[in-house]
Ligand binder design. Structure first.
Ligand code: GLC
Ligand code: CA
Length: 536
């Protein structure tokens, strides 16, 4: 073992798997997934080979934004179970060597959180300043919002409270008032929340919209965005200058990190949608910020070899010394990879995700090739779709139930109806159907994960770009004496490979059908290969 291998933390070497708990496994027939469901599926996750499960919010919530509106940070919503269920899940996960990462939602609470109820009750409330309250500006026919900020889900980011005569800020729904992170009592209360879960044994947090936590002190208007199109969400009318990515946010993150650092081996992941140069500042001064500022660039980059080659190099170059990279292909807010690039390229995407340098985060269902599910208007759940209909912003299509078997409801629920519809092809596209066939995408994911685990060059080795043509990307991963190459064909034509890989042995093809030495190096259409030294 090299020094690097010895020193690598679990969250560097490992693979994170995101579970959207409403949609993973229902155990009481109400059509909504629950903690007991996740617990019963731990053997599946262990079989798949991932290292950590990140669970989207399961705290008591009115569910205006499906749990991202938290009414009590230290409990479990009855819909998902009880604290005892959570402890049982944690214990069973740990028994299988799986880490558990919770979703921490610090930017806003629910409007039903006792803190907000108190804050709203009177201007003189001791918690008034825990949220962001301001007088309106005078307008001809009554008060106007304090500034021009818009909600991420459409409409103004301010709501007028008749009773106390002021506006409160909400970056998302009006049922999600923003906390005032300039207030030291808010910080202290939220640090207590982190410790509550750390003491219970959770292995880390994915922190929701971490780059939005601090707002401009003077609440200046945002400048207009000259490039805005009506097909875009309303919030994009303005450039997010004064309400996001403020310099003071790094102090807030460093404080959170200091809370985690009192415990061994915990991870801090930040949700950050920013360009690369800004994103990497979230590692913090002397790497005292987020361990993993989520890198969403693959979600936005054109699915072509030259664009991805450039992205990987730009990212590698932008990283601060010692900053550990990470890659994400999908999540509960963004288009499914199989829908975006198609079923054949979804395999190439899997190989890319699991062979790049950096911690991969998988999104539940991607491993069975789950695509987006069309949601009929009467079945829409997502408040964003309801607020800004018809623009394709709704997130329901990427949050549909996991498909486990060929049963009536794909093994997701015994109840009559899952909360969102299943994919039409669920009788073929499910874990049971794909698990035993060695050529399926699920088998590919498992083989890639297994290879990554056995070959440290893949998990923690260096990265070197070998080259990119119009449709082929080739790179190398190396650790000590171990040197592997990855070649990916982003197109539908066969493609020659550079001489550099001639004579290498195929360790894994995305088609799972060959393991020979590459005498005439050729990639088949939509094929990806991991290559290693020829076996004796
Ligand atoms: C994050 C979550 C998203 C949620 C929003 C507000 O972006 O991923 O699902 O709606 O924050 O909490
Ligand atoms: Ca349930």
């Amino acid at each position: 073992m090299t020094d690097l291998a010895r020193r690598a933390a679990w969250w560097q070497r490992g693979i994170v798997y995101q579970v959207y708990p409403r949609s993973f496994q229902d155990t009481n027939g109400d059509g909504v997934g629950d903690l007991e469901g996740i617990r019963r599926r731990l053997d599946y996750l262990a079989w798949l080979g991932v290292d950590a499960v990140w669970i989207s919010p399961v705290f008591p919530s009115p569910m205006a934004d499906f749990g991202y509106d938290v009414a009590d940070y230290c409990g479990i919503d009855p819909l998902f179970g009880t604290l005892a269920d959570f402890d049982a899940l944690l214990k069973d996960a740990h028994a299988r060597g799986l880490k558990v990462i919770l979703d921490f939602v610090p930017n806003h609470t629910s409007d039903r959180h006792p803190w907000f109820i108190d804050s709203r009750s009177a201007r003189t409330s001791a918690r008034r300043d825990w949220y962001i309250w301001r007088d309106g500006r005078d307008g001809k026919s009554g008060p106007l919002p304090p500034n021009n900020w818009l909600s991420h889900f459409g409409g103004p980011a301010w709501t007028f409270d008749e009773a106390s005569g002021q506006y409160y800020l909400h970056s998302f729904l009006r049922a999600q008032p923003d906390l005032n992170w300039r207030n030291p009592h808010v910080r202290a209360a939220m640090h207590d929340v982190l410790r509550f879960w750390l003491e219970r044994g959770v292995d880390g947090f994915r922190v929701d919209v971490i780059w939005l936590l601090i707002k401009d002190e003077a609440l200046r208007d945002n400048p207009p965005n000259p490039a805005w199109q009506p097909s875009q969400p309303e919030i994009a009318r303005n450039l997010q200058v004064h309400n996001a990515d403020r310099p003071e946010v790094h102090e807030v993150i460093a404080e959170m990190r200091a809370v985690l650092d009192r415990y061994a081996e915990r991870v801090l992941i930040g949700e950050i949608y920013l360009p690369l140069a800004r994103l990497v500042t979230y590692y913090g001064e002397n790497l005292g910020g987020a361990h993993l500022p989520f890198n969403f660039q693959l979600l936005e980059t054109a699915w072509r070899a030259p664009a991805i080659a450039r992205l990987v190099q730009d990212y590698e170059q932008a990283l601060p010394p010692g900053g550990w990279p990470n890659w994400v292909l999908g999540n509960h807010d963004r288009p499914r990879i199989a829908a975006r690039v198609g079923a054949e390229q979804a395999r190439v995407a899997a190989m890319l995700l699991l062979t790049l340098r950096g911690t991969p985060t998988m999104y539940y269902g991607d491993e069975i090739g789950l695509a987006q599910v069309a949601i009929p208007p009467e079945a829409v759940q997502d408040p964003w779709e309801k607020n800004e209909p018809g623009l394709g912003l709704g997130r329901d299509p990427v949050r549909t139930p996991m498909q486990w078997d060929a049963g009536a409801q794909a093994g997701f629920t015994d109840g009559a109806r899952p909360w969102l519809p299943l994919a039409a092809h669920h009788r073929d596209c499910n874990v049971a159907a794909l698990q035993d066939d060695p050529r399926t995408i699920l088998s590919l994911y498992r083989a890639l994960i297994d290879l990554r685990r056995r070959r440290s060059a893949l998990s923690i080795g260096d990265f070197r770009l070998v080259g990119a043509t119009e449709s082929v990307l080739v790179y190398e991963r190396a650790l000590g004496d171990e040197r592997l190459a990855v070649a990916l064909n982003f197109g539908a034509e066969p493609q020659p490979l550079p001489d550099a890989v001639a004579g290498l042995q195929v360790l894994l093809s995305t088609r799972l059908d060959r393991a020979e030495a590459l005498d005439k190096p050729l990639l088949r259409p939509h094929e990806g290969l991991v290559l290693g030294p020829r076996l004796a």
